[in-house]
Design a protein around this ligand. Structure first.
Ligand code: CA
Ligand code: CA
Length: 218
């Protein structure tokens, strides 16, 4: 009986800690700027670079005050061009999950302003939801203006993909900055998958009024 209880606890712990790899973009970490594209470093990066390129960036790059929200590195979604990254995670059908991360505009010269990206959740059935994140402020002097983002959804398949798709385009050297991406089991239960839009409306209301916006694109 005790053994069974132990196994049950382990199963619960495993399901509660979803397994996004390198959500804090701490790797690769060899150089202050580590460029990652579809042919380079994807093993250490953990995410698939679908198109373009991205960079993990060390704290205080070029003497700036810009530091990560979590750890000592963050992601510039535009490396030498607008990047699109993707990662699939095992999910339990019918379970509610919470996607969270922080994003910032990019104060470095040559960056696209406003910096922006689509945040997409999808599975074998297709797109679950897409939201645009962007900063309408000009480049700031000093540090990052990390802004929290959260989005709930109900898994429809045993695997769900998280994608960040830059608006930066082919010539952009700097895009939106990302850090602390996490996909966790949510204690809040959404009654039906079809209520995703209602949940997003609620999240949208919370986000309105910030200097950085979330625009619904459902
Ligand atoms: Ca980090
Ligand atoms: Ca860059």
């Amino acid at each position: 009986m005790k053994l069974r209880t132990t196994f049950a606890f382990i199963a619960l712990a495993a399901s509660a800690s979803a397994a996004l790899i390198n959500g804090s973009f701490e790797s690769p970490a060899g150089l202050p700027l580590e460029l990652v594209d579809s042919t380079n470093d994807e093993g250490a990066f953990g995410w698939t670079v679908v198109s373009g390129s991205v960079e993990t960036v060390a704290n205080n790059l070029n003497g700036s005050d810009l530091v990560a929200e979590d750890g000592v590195r963050y992601l510039d979604l535009d490396g030498f061009s607008g990047g699109h990254i993707s990662q699939s995670m095992a999910t339990v059908i019918g379970q509610t999950y919470l996607l969270t991360f922080v994003y910032s505009n990019n104060p470095f010269p040559g960056s696209t302003i406003p910096a922006g990206a689509d945040v997409q959740l999808s599975d074998a059935q297709g797109v679950i939801g897409v939201n645009a994140i962007f900063h309408d402020t000009a480049a700031i002097a000093g540090g990052a203006d990390w802004t929290p983002y959260s989005q709930m959804f109900v898994a429809r398949e045993a695997s769900t993909s998280v994608d960040f798709i830059s608006f930066g385009g082919g010539a952009s050297l700097g895009g939106i900055l990302l850090d602390a991406v996490s996909l966790d089991v949510s204690p809040i239960v959404i009654p039906e998958p079809s209520t995703f839009g209602l949940v997003m409306a609620a999240v949208g209301l919370v986000m309105i009024g910030r200097k950085s916006g979330v625009r619904r694109k459902l």
